[in-house]
Design a protein around this ligand. Sequence first.
Ligand code: KE4
Length: 401
Amino acid sequence: MGGVNSPVRAMRAIGRDPLFVDRAEGAFVWDADGNRYTDYLATWGPAILGHAHPAVIGDLREALGRGTSYGAPTEREVLFAEAVCAAFPSIERVRMTSSGSEAVMGAVRLARAATGREVVVKAEGGYHGAIDGLLAQAGSGATTLGVPTSPGVTAGATAATRLVPYNDLAAAEAALEGAAAIIVEPVAGNMGVVPPAPGYLEGLRAACDRTGALLILDEVITGFRVAYGGAQERFGVRADLTCLGKVIGGGLPVGAFGGRADVMRELAPEGPCYQAGTLSGNPLATTAGLATLCELAREGTYARLEELGAMLEDAIVASGAPVTINRVGSMLTPFFTDAPVTDYASALAADTEAYGRLARALLADGVYPPPSQFEAWFCGLAHTEDDIRATGAALARAVAA
Ligand code: KE4
């Protein structure tokens, strides 16, 4: 199975063998042969502070002496939940899990339980974790081009999943009639970065209010990434349920979902909708998560992330690469196409061979981009102007070659 524990890191999408990492610190990772890379993968999003941040490592070291898992509630989980609720006004109650996929699974089941309806609407090219019901033309690693669902996903599992093009508000409004919910990435990251069209998120909110469907915003990537309060803060839209992951665990296994109290109280043990997890709210994961959120809450964090993202975008433009760049804050994707990329169909028009050549050349030159055209490049607080200037030079060499 490709020598990896998750398909997209096998690097098949860029035509090479996977790169085995030995360690990471700050903006850099080192492979098993000792080669150093300036890292824009950021372990698919979590490494927003940079790797092995002293505050995270220090708190983890202190926590380790008190054990690694109790299977019981802790004060730290409460503090973590309070920090999440303070950042996201739409989140009145939060349930922690051990991955983004689990968070999405819980949120979707809860939306169906709370509304008594079955249909869940998702966007083509949206990826919400390796979940049977949502592996229908998913983006990210789940896409084998032309095969909309994964073998092993039964027709029953996706029978209640309706697909609409991303950024197509009219299609979503129609699909939401009688539906339990719509789940979207408020900024798509798994077809490459595709921002919401002006009015799209607001339109989904109004359509959900009109039809009684729940708006589930999958902020596993965007949560604490595009703003401290995620895409909901950046775009001023309120979800009924929000899914989180990646950044909130500071690199340890964490996911979370939360939202309206009246919906969340349907969740076991308060309500009948079952959801569970042995390591949910794990003491080490909540320690790393809290340390990360504390650092991100500092003044100037998101202005700096915006600045770094703009610098990286400028470096790609200056390299002369024939790409269309979509960027929101510190997440961006250079698409090898000269047309705008506003949905899955236009993302699929990108030249993945060309992206593969660029990525392979950058890896040979000490720069680590995401190994797929359909992912996001991430800047983090450990990147410096010099790092990005050096990346610009590597980009220019790669484009010239
Ligand atoms: P995890 O189960 O991988 O923690 O989260 C699933 C998930 C849910 N929602 C969104 C918007 C996501 O992006 C993800 C996971 N993203 C992929 C790549 N962007 C993770 C990489 C991988 O699968 O190896």
